[in-house]
Write a new protein. Sequence first.
Length: 295
Amino acid sequence: MNVALKAFPLLPSSLTLINLFLPSVSSALVVCIKLIGPDLITAVFPFVIERLAHPKETCPALWRYNSLNVSSALVVCTKLIGPDLITAVYPLVIERLAHPKETVRKKAIMVLQRFHQLDPTREGALAGVDLDRHFRTMLCDKDPSVMSASLCALYEVIRTDPKAFKNLIPSFTSILKQVSEHRLPKTYDYHRYPAPFIQIKLLKILSILGAGDRFASENMYTVLQQALKRTSSSHTIGSALIAEYVRTITTIYPNPSLLAAARVTPGHVPTLETVYASTVVSRGTPEGQGLVVRY
């Protein structure tokens, strides 16, 4: 461990290089693990993560490397940690969700999202683990970057089981309302559009949760209509936003006033043509049947 201490300032660079240049299935990863230490889990990651939980007491000289090293270790966890090693690293990653630095909390969410990808059915290493609870908790994080990372993780989980997340619709609509009203810092703006990529992710989530569900969709109508009015097509990203709003509006349970608002779109973005049929479609949506999106 003394050798590791001397080389500690180089550890982030080494881990980053491994992450960038080696694919996750490369046999060279085994060689790198052997070079770093006899057992990566017991020698490197606990040193980077656990020891830095109280860096001032354990190793004052490494205080300035705290966030950088923890972030680097978490990023590489997404590549080096396979299904058979999730159990060993999972408790350490969970502890980092309470880290004072938002960058570390965000990357910890990214690692948990990767764990979900490795075991989506929760029948392997994540059997009996309530991973969704952490995603729900971090959705309310005070930092927008952590919240955004949670949205990406929740999107993947919701695609698998939408019904379990219907109760989060008020939270998603509240976030969308705040984002569209420009309440996030200007650093999240893109060509003066308020956090457009966060808006798109929220719209994708809402379209899944509201599809064929009248009660769930009714909780979205007002926010979607207000947010759509605030969006313009003066830039390409604005056109992309409008297109995503139109797609969401046509995916959830139809609402006449919302469909009318979606029809008033510029010529170079998708326009909505509403055709009302006289019969009930298979989804059971008597209003706005036969919706066609024309480009």
